[in-house]
Structure formats: C-alpha cells, structure tokens
Design a protein around this ligand. Structure first.
Ligand code: FES
Length: 139
C-alpha cells in the first residue's frame, strides 16, 4: 500500500518535471520559429527629419529587420531594407562614395538600392514613407 502511494507520488513528480522541461526547451524554439507578431509586422517607425542629414543615412529596426533612410546630396529621401539580397547581411552606408557596401561578399548598391556590383541578385527593397511636420514615418 505504501509502495503504491510512493509510486503514484513519484509518477506525479516525474510528470511535472517532464512538463517543465518541455516548456523550458520548447518555448524558445517556438518563439524562434513562429512568424513575426502582427504588431511588429504592421508597425510604423517615426524618425525626426533632422536625424537624416544630407548625404547621410539613419539605420533603424523595421518589421523585425534592419532598414535605412538615406538623404541624398540633392535632398531626396529614400527608405530601404538594409538586408542584402544575396545572403542577408546588413549593408553599410559609405558616406564618401554615397552608396552601400555589403561587408559579407562586397556587394555594392547605389543610394537608391540598385545593385552596382557583386553577387546580389536584386536591388534593396524600397519601403513606403511619408514626411510631414518635420517627421518621417516609415511603413
Ligand atoms: S550577403 Fe551581401 S553580398 Fe553576399
């Protein structure tokens, strides 16, 4: 009788430990594999215009990835995904050359995101934006 109760108790303990281990291991795996949550995917990013000087770039997080605003020397703004279309590295803005360099395989993109040289197969993705009252809203 005592042995049966002990077995039952140990079974409950073992079940609890197994369930806890499944949550501890399974939750991070789920979060990694689950698609982006809607509020991140549909979110807008607001950046003051003065943070993007002429000839400069401002990187930011957008929809779970890295994006960039560029103000060309002439004053025009461009919003792009900063994810290289070759293998997904984040491009860097080269102010002296006024273009983007991908550090992984030396892919080069114009300030408009057009491929200049290297292995990238497509231009950087353009992002929609509006400018109003000194604020740039991307998304
Ligand atoms: S990942 Fe950018 S050039 Fe290869």
């Amino acid at each position: 009788m005592v042995n049966e109760e002990r077995r039952k108790f140990l079974g409950i303990c073992l079940g609890g430990i197994t369930a806890s281990a499944a949550v501890v291991v399974g939750y991070p795996v789920y979060r990694y594999l689950a698609p982006l949550q809607k509020e991140h995917a549909a979110g807008k990013v607001v950046i003051p215009e003065q943070e993007v000087p002429a000839g400069g770039a401002r990187f930011f997080e957008y929809a779970g990835s890295t994006a960039v605003l560029v103000r060309k020397q002439g004053g025009d703004l461009v919003a792009l995904s900063a994810v290289c279309t070759h293998l997904g590295c984040i491009v860097q803005w080269e102010k002296e050359k006024q273009d983007f360099l991908c550090p992984c395989h030396a892919g080069r993109f114009s300030s408009e995101g057009v491929v200049i040289s290297g292995p990238p197969p497509k231009p950087l993705a353009k992002l929609p934006f509006v400018v109003a009252n000194g604020v740039i809203t991307v998304g």
